[in-house]
Design a protein around this ligand. Structure first.
Ligand SMILES: [Zn+2]
Length: 379
């Protein structure tokens, strides 16, 4: 069979209709079972005793004081007294007396006591609630948004299709143009447009990992970019080269020339939009008004600042340096395909779970039905 030399980029044998789905990497309070804590339970003789002992218990030993306010106090004839760990050198009778319960109530409560494990923290998601309920009755305030992240319903069909298209483009570039090096794409989710596209340049400098390159290329669309000299060969003409057929936004300076040419000429990616928003100062007044209606972070107020409001798609989980770089650059969401041995979003730890950081992005792993997504890559 004659080889087709007209197209220098070899075809990737990928199923074009392959469906990707994005699975949220939630912080441990949402993704793990609720830990248990041991309490003393008292089993009463009959229900008539409940109101009497409850009155004194809720006054002298309120659940709030033990950080157990997410629990109901009573289950049938069982009643929670206190955490086992709250007793120092006392026995339970001495302890109940010491908090001020009347002798008669202490006698009733101490008749039949046993230790029992209850959920130590409030359930955050319905699955945790249902599991906790099998152990002890809990209070639960459902959070619709977090539930949708957990069960995947956050994305509609159109958005899932978009993830698939971007993942397809990302892997095609990685496999066919970059010899399997880590690659990444930055998307403006408001316009569904490619802002920047980069691959690892760790061969030039050990800090030029793919996500760092991607942030640098995003900065180029805002008249920045720290590595202009190092990557000058990737951008044939550093002045803005305008294409007549750019579908959305005129700023294409975040996309190296050969990727740009590839996206614009390959039939499979003809629907993919390219270009970033103009820096705010260059926008006309009506453009600003139009953009202001889209409520994304504080983007409409200040214009893009690095990755503010942007989503990043990476072929692999970022390392700690890069994950932190994405915090500093204010990414909105990070999607990655493969786990990395030194990954900082799920494999080693979850950087986005650190509450003390001043910015948090949402993290998703892009998976394909039936494929092993826990496999870790060492590069
Ligand atoms: Zn890195």
């Amino acid at each position: 069979m004659a080889e087709d030399n007209s197209r220098p980029i070899k075809r990737l044998k990928l199923n074009d209709n392959a469906e990707w789905y994005a699975s949220a990497i939630l912080t441990d309070e949402y993704s793990k079972e609720i830990p248990r804590v041991t309490v003393y339970l008292s089993e009463l003789d009959n229900k008539r005793q409940i109101s009497n002992v409850m009155y004194q218990l809720s006054k002298m030993l309120p659940l709030e004081q033990m950080n157990l306010q997410h629990l109901k106090r009573v289950r049938q004839l069982d009643i929670i007294l206190c955490k086992v760990g709250d007793l120092k050198d006392q026995n339970i009778t001495q302890y109940l007396e010491s908090v001020g319960l009347g002798n008669e109530v202490v006698d009733i409560l101490c008749k039949n006591i046993r230790e029992y494990d209850v959920p130590a923290l409030p359930p955050m998601l319905r699955w945790q609630y249902e599991l906790a309920q099998t152990c002890w009755p809990c209070k639960f305030h459902p959070d619709k948004y977090m539930e949708s992240l957990h069960n995947g319903s956050i994305f509609n069909e159109k958005e899932r299709k978009f993830h698939s298209n971007i993942m397809h483009l990302l892997l095609t570039i990685k496999n066919c143009m970059e010899n399997d090096k880590p690659c990444g794409i930055c998307i403006d989710p408001r316009t569904k447009s490619v802002v920047a596209l980069a691959s690892s340049r760790a061969s030039i400098s050990p800090v030029m990992h793919c996500p760092m390159m991607l942030v640098d290329f995003v900065a180029r669309t805002q008249d920045g970019g720290a590595w202009r000299e190092e990557v000058s060969d990737e951008f044939a003409n550093d002045d803005e080269e305008l294409y007549n057929d750019v579908k959305v936004n005129p700023i294409i300076s975040g996309i190296p020339k050969r990727y740009l040419d590839f996206i614009r000429t390959d039939e499979r990616f003809k629907d993919i939009r390219i270009g970033a928003e103009l820096p705010r100062a260059k926008l006309k007044c009506d453009d600003i008004e139009q953009n202001a209606t889209l409520n994304v972070d504080n983007l409409e107020k200040y214009g893009p600042y690095l990755c503010t409001g942007y989503d990043l798609y990476l072929s692999q989980e970022p390392c700690l340096m890069c994950a932190m770089g994405l915090v500093h650059s204010r990414a909105r969401r990070v999607y990655f395909e493969k786990r990395s041995y030194n990954g900082a979003l799920v494999t080693r730890f979850k950087l986005h779970a650190i509450k003390e950081l001043n910015h948090h992005y949402e993290v998703f792993q892009c998976k394909k039905q039936g494929e092993d997504s826990n496999h870790v890559i060492y590069s």
